[in-house]
Design a protein around this ligand. Structure first.
Ligand code: HEM
Length: 327
């Protein structure tokens, strides 16, 4: 009897410890140590986006790529002398904005030295980028600390654009995100651009035959022609296309309209139509009449993604510069 009670107490303590570990990020983390952090970040974001509004997309994507690999620990920002860091891996070669993040970090360091992590700065920048693109605003839970390890092979955790629904749900589940988070966060593709090479296999070489009829049958034919006119060949390395043509700088529900018409740019976007739950979500939001609901969902899923295995408390460090570990 006594040993059963002891087991119960141990289980209870373990549950409390697990809850505390999860609850370590919080909204007012810097309210005493750096009350101006959000203003400093916002000022830099407003300035940068007024000059280059297309930066919001890459910065949102950077937070996603940070969180999926080793958790949200700023590891995507680290440089490596021998080119073996996350940023050297293929999926991250198309990230932009590293210089800008370093500028924001310098401004934050000036206001509050050695206090705010690069991982938290990424989360704030991503939120501000969405908000300044006319998307939702949410309060970002803070208190992440920075890791010191960044390994290019670990970017296997990032979903490739060729992914089917099964692969997508597996990779999302690995960071505690479910099918709803998948369909909601995929709508991040309402802003930003893509290189042709990220989807040109759908236009020219879908099964590896490299002939004009070797196309992805799930892509709507007229859209296919339009994309082919922009991306001249399989080897086009430079052309950028708008992911949500006509409103790629505005965060809205148009992504769902596109996907519902089989005009999602990547195979992974189209894959959302292959599952009953995500298809229903796409179709509901393709109507454009539930914008507030989508915005609330997006905010909730971003907070959930930002909770992916953060380093907290005495773990990790506060880096002085985001691209290098402290000496
Ligand atoms: C569901 C799995 C996902 C896949 C397979 C995927 C894949 C991609 C690819 C291939 C690009 C284009 C890169 C280029 O060629 O320049 C891209 C761009 C982008 N992705 Fe995703 N993505 C996914 C999920 C997400 C999520 C969860 C977010 C954020 C919440 C996001 C935000 C973005 C943004 C904003 C861009 C535009 C970046 C720019 O303008 O440079 N993506 N994505």
């Amino acid at each position: 009897m006594a040993s059963r009670a002891a087991t119960m107490v141990a289980l209870l303590l373990a549950a409390v410890a697990a809850t505390c570990a999860r609850a370590q990020l919080h909204d007012k983390f810097y309210s005493e140590s750096c009350p101006s952090v959000e203003d400093v970040v916002r000022k830099e974001m407003v300035r940068a986006l007024s000059l280059a509004p297309s930066l919001a997309g890459p910065l949102l994507r950077m937070h996603f790529h940070d969180c999926f690999v080793r958790g949200c620990d700023g590891s995507v920002l680290l440089d490596s002398a021998n080119k073996t860091a996350e940023k050297d891996a293929q999926p991250n070669q198309t990230l932009r904005g590293f210089g800008f993040v370093e500028r924001v970090k310098a401004a934050v360091e000036k206001a509050c030295p050695d206090t705010v992590s690069c991982a938290d700065i990424l989360a704030l920048i991503a939120r501000d980028g969405v908000w300044l693109s006319k998307g939702p605003f949410w309060t970002v839970p803070l208190g992440r600390r920075d890791g010191s390890v960044s390994i290019s092979n670990e970017t296997d955790a990032l979903p490739p654009p060729t992914s089917n629904f099964t692969v997508l749900t597996q990779l999302f589940a690995a960071v505690n995100l479910d099918a709803k988070d998948l369909v909601v966060l995929s709508a991040g593709h309402t802003i930003g651009t893509s290189h042709c090479f990220s989807f040109s296999d759908r236009l020219y070489n879908f099964t590896g035959m490299e002939n004009p009829s070797d196309i992805d049958p799930t892509l709507e034919p007229q859209y296919m022609m339009r994309l082919k006119s922009k991306c001249a060949s399989l080897n086009d390395n430079t052309t950028l296309v708008e992911m949500d043509p006509g409103s790629f700088k505005t965060f809205d529900t148009d992504y769902f309209k596109l996907v519902s018409k089989r005009r999602g740019l990547f195979h992974s976007d189209g894959a959302l139509l292959t599952d009953p739950f995500t298809r229903a979500y796409v179709q509901r939001h393709a109507t454009g009449t539930f914008k507030d609901e989508f915005f609330a969902d997006f905010a909730a899923s971003m907070i959930k993604m930002g909770n992916a295995n953060p380093l907290t408390g005495s773990q990790g460090k506060i880096r002085k510069k985001c691209s290098v570990v402290n000496h």
